[in-house]
Design a protein around this ligand. Structure first.
Ligand SMILES: NC(=O)C1=CN([C@@H]2O[C@H](COP(=O)(O)OP(=O)(O)OC[C@H]3O[C@@H](n4cnc5c(N)ncnc54)[C@H](O)[C@@H]3O)[C@@H](O)[C@H]2O)C=CC1
Ligand SMILES: O=C(CO)COP(=O)(O)O
Length: 379
């Protein structure tokens, strides 16, 4: 074989290799039954565990009966939380008063929790994710898929933003979808009607995810725009802080509506500025406008930011006092997004996000929430 043939031959092999890799990435491996692992057992983690546990029992031809949940172990009155969940079928700390189906098993070891899992459901406060991914790397079976319910981003030391779905996908080399919506966990757990949005690129998985999550009171719509869904769910936490400031100041619905409207515009602008392919329709799904409304009226970010204005206590103290171990995400996200905008020299394009950040940091008082440049009247 001459040199030219060798080059053509190896180029061909490389192309076939790349093709096979791409095919493996987009083709769903068929498992006899899906085995579900949930990573995270907080307020939303437990509410979604209940839904998954019930749906698995209703579809035992498709899913293994046992659903494993990774629980960050802690002692409650001297008793391990995992033991409490596995005997009382209730997470007394993070979702008290709600029974969890008995096929949902709490496991304190994250690697054991995902053993043989074909579907991984990530639902932890985002600050804990990077360490979890380090522990999970190399322990996921080929062909497994993941779905993230985490609202937040990771911003690295170079002030570059990483979407959670992309982080999980890069680290574990699996496909990752996203589920976000107007889903305050306590209300979902009480079976109050709501909708949610799943972003999933792989059409082969649409039906499986719908069967896993959809309930008569938890209606799922599946779209293909994973990044759009995730960006909506994460960015709205910043706007929710602004809504809480309005409540803290005793302002009425008109002001809050203005914050929501302008917040939505900045969410869209941010998504389109930094990510290609985000679809306009996604902002009208449950993950978009609906989640924005629910978190600006209910929700923990709104509640704690109202108290921040009224009490002038620190965020750390208020999180401890008001959330009983649950975690506030919006203040972290406001900081992360600010760092990204600063690095990209785009602070002037996001006056509301920047104003909220400055109030969070104590650089300005909350009564300046309405003093940002209202540059969004008409182009
Ligand atoms: N709670 C809600 O209504 C909703 C929450 N979300 C999102 O879901 C994600 C998870 O939120 P929640 O389940 O509500 O959690 P949460 O706010 O209840 O957080 C507490 C969880 O963090 C765990 N934890 C504490 N310290 C830890 C550590 N050092 N390492 C690992 N884990 C630790 C606790 O064990 C507990 O499971 C967040 O991104 C949140 O924004 C999304 C929709 C609704
Ligand atoms: O995301 C949520 C509802 O969809 C919950 O928001 P909070 O974290 O502000 O409670």
């Amino acid at each position: 074989m001459n040199k030219k043939n060798i080059i053509i031959g190896s180029t061909l092999l490389a192309a076939i290799g790349a093709g096979v890799y791409a095919w493996q990435k987009t083709t769903t491996k068929k498992f006899e039954k899906e085995r579900i692992a949930i990573i995270g057992s907080g307020n939303w983690g437990m509410a979604i565990s209940r839904i998954i546990g019930l749906n698995v029992l209703d579809n035992l031809d498709l899913f293994e009966k046992e659903v494993r949940v990774y629980v960050y172990e802690e002692l409650i009155d001297g008793k391990k939380l995992t033991e409490i969940i596995n005997t009382q079928h209730e997470n007394v700390k993070y979702l008290s008063g709600i029974k969890i189906p008995e096929n949902v098993i709490a496991i304190p070891d994250i690697v054991k929790a995902v053993t043989d899992a074909t579907v991984l459901v990530f639902v932890t406060p985002h600050q804990f994710l990077p360490k979890m991914l380090d522990q999970l790397k190399g322990n996921i079976i080929p062909g497994a898929r993941a779905i993230t319910l985490i609202k937040g981003f990771v911003v690295d030391e170079k002030d570059e933003l990483h979407l959670i779905s992309k982080m999980i996908s890069d680290k574990l080399e699996i496909e990752v979808s996203a589920l976000m919506g107007a889903n305050v966990a306590n209300e979902v757990a009480r079976d109050e009607f709501c909708e949610t949005t799943i972003g999933c690129k792989n059409k082969n998985d649409h039906e499986m995810f719908k069967t896993l999550f959809d309930r008569p009171t938890f209606k799922v719509n599946v779209v293909s725009d994973v990044y759009g869904v995730e960006l909506c769910g994460s960015l709205k936490n910043i706007v929710a802080l602004g809504a809480g400031f309005c409540d803290g100041l005793g302002l009425g619905g008109n002001t809050k509506a203005a914050i929501i409207r302008i917040g939505l515009i900045e969410m869209k602008k941010f998504a389109h500025m930094f990510f290609s392919g985000v679809r306009e329709e996604t902002f009208l799904e449950s993950c978009g406008i609906a989640d924005l409304i629910t978190t600006c009226t209910g929700g923990r970010n709104r509640k704690v930011s109202e108290a921040f204005v009224k009490t002038k206590k620190s965020w750390v103290d208020l999180e401890k006092e008001l959330l009983g171990g649950q975690k506030l995400q919006g203040t972290l996200t406001a900081d992360e997004v600010y760092r990204v905008l600063k690095k990209q020299n785009k602070l002037n394009d996001f006056p509301l996000f920047v104003t909220i950040y400055r109030i969070v940091k104590g650089e300005i008082q909350a009564n300046l929430i309405t003093q940002f440049e209202t540059a969004y009247k008409k182009d």
